[in-house]
Design a protein around this ligand. Structure first.
Ligand SMILES: C[S@@+](CC[C@H](N)C(=O)[O-])C[C@H]1O[C@@H](n2cnc3c(N)ncnc32)[C@H](O)[C@@H]1O
Ligand SMILES: [Zn+2]
Length: 581
């Protein structure tokens, strides 16, 4: 046994517990000085799902051409896809207040290739639907000299890295890094315990340094996984530089309270965007993170393509005084010209899109953002993940299928959403059955979908005036008590509807995922569900972290308490009524 392993043995004492997840076993000291949160299994499961990136990845092609020499290279775009079976999907954290974004990073000069690749793939999609073949020839736990390189920058127990090694085919090296000496020892011991020393390298360093040392294009990683305590901002500048072109960055944020509008000023200082306490705050949180990563990437002539962006479903109370109508103001306008998919010109938009007072209720506005307003997910990527999830090889497969199905149904071009319970509570009205509300939107010629972030969400391209007219129509049929007709409700109801509303039920109002009875929205899975606490203080760095713990503790309290009891109960009651009908 070498010196490092002896050290590892010392730290992982006889009291240590063995935790099994997927094909990995990690040894954790019973002192609790290394972070491990069992409720993140779903998150980790999705990361191990092999997937096909949307990027036309020349580097990947070069590295793997001899691995996959039996793959025809006639359709470069499509085969690059096939070659890019990869380790990590991403994910919904089964914890409160967490979001995850999986992005492909590309250099800007890569854009043209990518656009061409996209077109080719679309054309060839039918005849090439069996893309699973090449990766199936590879095995996990075996080292491929030209295989994938993966960095788990903040590894804690090393569990993810070991699972990457044991469950992902075609890996060259996984670096499991952590700044804590206890964590590093624990990783070493678990790596030896699992017999994956040939694949997993333990690194005991500051994640920022590790990533800076891999900025050169030839040294970059195919995948970088960031799962910090709270906010990933300190790591983003280096992370966007050390991911290869078409490679993947996985970002987890557990400071949802900050992102969801509880501390807009903190959000601005960390993410460069103001968060809002609105019902759509979870999607807004994702969009804030995406714009933050994108702005870091842009500094280095790179851009992002979001593959999957998931928010854990957690209720946040809203204190806005008006009707909460949303309006988006673009910061730039893109015009396509010419025949080619990548020929754009950019102009400044006109604005602002609203007056000083809301046209529906007369209240004033809050301004939040900037946010990423493009698609949150890549459809092809999500479809692949759904296929893999339905193969059912993961502990959380059922949840995966449900969440991915809702994600796949989300309207890709409609940022943010309303929630039906909130529309009803603004009006002080009886709850509208969800299917009836959705039918009214469809009958009026608009599109509607759920968002995975909220079971009561209404994501639609209908203007707010149509939503309020549906509510006015509903209130005509189900009158509100006179004594409740005050404030915002009175202002909204003082106007006659201008759109003709038809609430007749339609079968297409019921999405497939709901029809199939999939487990679409997460439930609180167990006691102590949440982001997990930091590992116990055991070195200087963690000592420093402790100092800020007090402040975080204060914040956590408000996060953890989440919804107020009344609000939550009321929402659930309304949900039960509207969803069941
Ligand atoms: C939330 S835990 C990671 C959990 C892990 N990814 C999992 O799935 O179980 C965060 C880890 O980041 C480590 N850490 C904090 N700052 C770091 C830094 N600058 N460089 C490397 N590791 C760091 C901590 O020691 C801790 O183990
Ligand atoms: Zn209003």
């Amino acid at each position: 046994m070498d010196h490092e392993n002896e050290e590892a043995e010392k730290h992982v004492d006889t009291e240590s517990k063995v935790i099994t997840e997927g094909k990995a076993e990690v040894l954790l000291s019973s002192a609790g000085n290394v972070f491990y949160n069992p409720v993140q299994e779903f998150n980790r499961d999705l990361r191990y799902m092999r997937y096909i990136s949307d990027a036309n990845h020349a580097d990947w092609e070069r590295r793997h051409s001899d691995l996959y020499c039996d793959v025809s290279s006639s359709d470069l775009g499509h085969n690059a896809d096939s070659l890019k079976w990869f380790c990590c999907g991403s994910a919904q954290q089964l914890k409160a207040d967490a979001i995850v974004a999986v992005l492909t990073l590309c250099a800007e000069d890569h854009h043209q290739k990518m656009c061409e690749g996209r077109v080719k793939r679309t054309e060839g999609a039918q005849e090439n639907s069996s893309v699973d073949a090449p990766v199936d020839k590879l095995t996990a736990s075996r080292k491929y000299e030209k295989g994938l390189t993966i960095l788990e920058a903040l590894s804690a127990s090393g569990l993810r890295s070991i699972r990457y090694a044991k469950e992902v085919p075609g890996v060259r090296e996984v670096i499991a890094n952590d700044i804590s000496d206890r964590a590093a020892c624990s990783i070493r011991a678990s790596v030896a315990h699992n017999g994956v020393e040939h694949l997993v390298t333990t690194s005991h360093d500051d994640a920022v340094m590790v990533m800076y040392q891999h900025r050169r294009p030839s040294d970059r990683f195919n995948a970088v996984d960031l799962d910090p305590y709270g906010c990933p901002s300190p790591f983003l500048d280096t992370a966007v530089q050390c991911v290869s072109d078409g490679g993947v960055l996985l970002v987890t944020c557990t400071d949802m309270a900050v992102l969801a509008g509880n501390c807009p000023e903190t959000c601005y200082s960390k993410y460069g965007a103001v968060s809002l306490r609105a019902k759509c705050c979870h999607e807004m949180a994702l969009r804030i993170v995406l714009q933050c990563v994108e702005s870091h990437a842009n500094r280095y002539g790179r851009y992002i393509v979001p593959l999957l962006s998931i928010s854990a479903d957690f209720y946040v109370r809203v204190f806005c005084t008006g009707c909460e109508t949303l309006t988006l103001q673009p910061l730039g306008v893109t015009h396509q010209y010419g025949e080619k998919a990548n020929q754009f010109k950019f102009t400044l938009p006109h604005g602002p899109p609203v007056g000083s007072q809301c046209e529906h209720c007369g209240h004033r506005y809050h301004i939040g953002g900037p946010i990423w307003s493009g698609p949150l997910h890549d459809k092809a990527f999500v479809t692949r993940l759904e296929h893999l999830a339905s193969a059912g090889e993961f502990g959380t497969a059922r949840r995966m299928q449900g969440v991915l199905a809702v994600v796949g149904e989300e309207l890709p071009d409609v940022p943010l959403y309303y929630t039906l319970d909130r529309l009803c509570s603004v009006m002080h009205s009886e709850c509208v059955p969800m299917m009836q509300f959705r039918s009214a939107l469809l009958n009026a010629g608009f599109r509607v979908s759920f968002s995975h972030a909220n079971p009561m969400s209404i994501k639609t391209d209908a203007p707010a005036s149509v939503l309020w007219d549906i509510m006015r129509h509903w209130v005509k049929l189900h009158p509100v008590r006179q004594d409740r007709l005050t404030g915002v409700a009175a202002a909204l109801l003082s106007r006659e509807p201008t759109n003709e509303i038809n609430m007749d039920l339609r079968s297409d109002a019921n999405p497939k995922s709901r029809e199939k009875g999939l487990s679409r929205f997460q439930e609180n899975p167990q006691r102590f569900w949440g982001p997990g606490t930091r590992a116990r203080n055991n070195n200087q760095v963690e000592g420093k972290m402790e100092k800020s713990k007090k402040n975080q503790g204060k914040r956590k309290k408000s996060e953890a308490s989440g919804p107020d009891e009344d609000g939550h109960t009321k929402q659930l009651k309304c949900e039960e009524q509207t969803l069941s009908s």
